[in-house]
Design a protein around this ligand. Structure first.
Ligand code: HAM
Length: 450
């Protein structure tokens, strides 16, 4: 049994290939997700959420039994009711299943943030649970949509400040032109079968395209002169591909045609693409990939409906940001206000709640700590103001507001406190009319000694 390093009796750890994301790293997740959501919505996509697990047939039929992801990496289980389920290894098949089930109006343009599970050999940038930001657009065959989808992914990398992301594209043809190509490829591979890696020697007949995807030196060398699908495209597929290339050029998105790019799922037709972060190790540098899947909706029981989309690996994008030194990890979150509780009891709680309801970000200390300790905490958190509240403040109907960045404090009537803080939360100097100004320590009895 795998122990994942949690020796018997030792502290339990996250399962191998998974990661905890704590603050401040999680701040970057929020930034990337928010930018993606904003971009996707600008491009006309709405958010969808699908279950983390599905009937296993969704992936078997959708992605293909023969693919690595389904054949070797899927987390499958039988639930207590005897249903055969799988944790989602990717987002596309789930979104298409949801489309077939609900039949929303076309075009259906969905974006998602989805955890995905693959039993991979865990390494830096290769996880057993990773997270994808993705889009799927159903119901449009027009190559203009292919261009838009690729550009959307590109805009995210640019918005994050990544400059060393490259794009490769290819076409997988369609069920009309692919059979002739597969025959030619099989014949080519059969003549060199002994030069292929042991795993792929047995797969020439069943899944010849997978051989092109193999990363071993043996398969790479043996297929250097293989016939390429691009030379077999029928007129429509060739015109579609030409327009996508031209559209990308017009959008000033540089791309390179890579005839070897077949991607790992059976559902792809026509346009396929992948983004690589040049700043990362080649084995884990794919920061996004996708393509068209014009037969998938029908495969999952819906009416023939074209589709296209991509998935972007959130963890990999952040690794690329590290490598390019963009989007640095933030400092701790900074509250606007730190409420110093001088007496204990409910006064501080009521004040904190009131200020939070007014829209301020407020932190406080708990458990009757000394004034000095509380002010130290306020400083450490980088709060703009400390608001001191205690018996004397209550009696005089005021609060003491201390500007932590400078030696200055004010007595502010409690009724004006919200407005005063909101006015100064942006970092302005206080207007003298709003309150009495003094310096800390000279507050004539209202500011308690430190
Ligand atoms: P995929 O290329 O398998 O495509 O995954 C998309 C992205 O997820 C990859 O480019 C990579 O950034 C990230 N990724 C994949 N596996 C891992 C892993 N083990 N650890 C970390 N990151 C990983 C798909 O999943 C398709 N559903 C994309 C698509 C959408 N095609 C059409 N629509």
């Amino acid at each position: 049994m795998a122990t994942d390093g949690s020796a018997a009796g030792g502290p339990l750890q996250a399962p191998r290939g998974t990661r905890d994301v704590l603050w401040p790293e999680s701040w970057r997740w929020q930034v990337v997700v928010a930018r993606f959501a904003q971009l996707a919505e600008r491009f006309g996509f709405g958010m969808v959420v699908t279950p983390v697990f599905e009937d296993v047939r969704v992936f078997r039929r959708g992605i293909g039994d023969d693919s690595e992801v389904v054949g070797k990496e899927m987390y499958e289980f039988t639930d207590r009711g005897g249903r055969h389920l799988a944790l989602r290894p990717e987002g596309t098949a789930s979104v298409v299943r949801a489309f077939v089930q609900h039949r929303p109006p076309l075009p259906f343009k969905a974006w998602y943030l989805a955890p995905a599970f693959r039993y991979e050999r865990a390494a830096a940038g290769r996880y057993r649970q990773h997270h994808q930001l993705g889009v799927e657009a159903l119901g449009v065959e027009d190559p203009e949509l292919d261009v838009e989808v690729v550009v959307l992914a590109w805009e995210l990398y640019r918005a994050l400040g990544l400059r060393r992301v490259s794009l490769i594209i290819n076409s997988m043809g369609c069920p009309r032109c692919r059979p002739a190509y597969l025959s030619a490829l099989r014949a080519f591979l059969a003549a060199r079968v002994e030069r292929l890696c042991p795993e792929h020697q047995g797969r020439v007949e069943r899944s010849p395209l997978r051989v092109l995807d193999c990363k071993t030196e043996a398969c790479r060398a043996a297929t250097a002169d293989a016939p390429w699908l691009l030379d077999f495209l029928d007129e429509d597929c060739a015109a579609h591909f030409a327009r996508v290339r031209q559209g990308l050029a017009e959008a000033e998105v540089p791309s390179r045609v890579e005839p070897r790019l077949v991607r790992g799922f059976d559902y792809y037709t026509r346009t396929t693409f992948e983004f690589a972060a040049e700043a990362l190790e080649a084995a884990q540098n794919a920061v996004g990939g996708g393509g068209r899947y014009d037969g998938l909706v029908a495969e999952l029981g819906g009416p023939p409906t074209p589709g296209i989309g991509f998935g972007i690996g959130l963890e990999r994008v952040l690794l690329a940001c590290d490598a390019e030194e963009v989007l640095p990890v933030a400092q701790a979150p900074t509250p606007n206000v730190f409420v110093v509780d001088l007496e204990g009891g409910g006064d501080a709680t009521a004040l904190v709640l009131d200020l939070r309801r007014a829209g301020l970000s407020v932190e406080r200390a708990y458990g009757k700590r000394s004034l000095k300790a509380q002010l130290r905490q306020a400083d450490r958190l980088g709060a703009a103001f400390a608001v001191l509240i205690g018996r004397e403040e209550r009696a005089s109907g005021t609060a003491t507001v201390r500007f932590l960045a400078r030696a200055e404090q004010h007595q502010v009537p409690l009724g004006e406190l919200r407005a005063f803080l909101l006015r100064h939360a942006g970092g302005d100097r206080p207007a003298p009319s709003a309150a009495t100004t003094s310096s800390p320590g000279s507050a004539g009895g209202t500011a308690p000694a430190g």
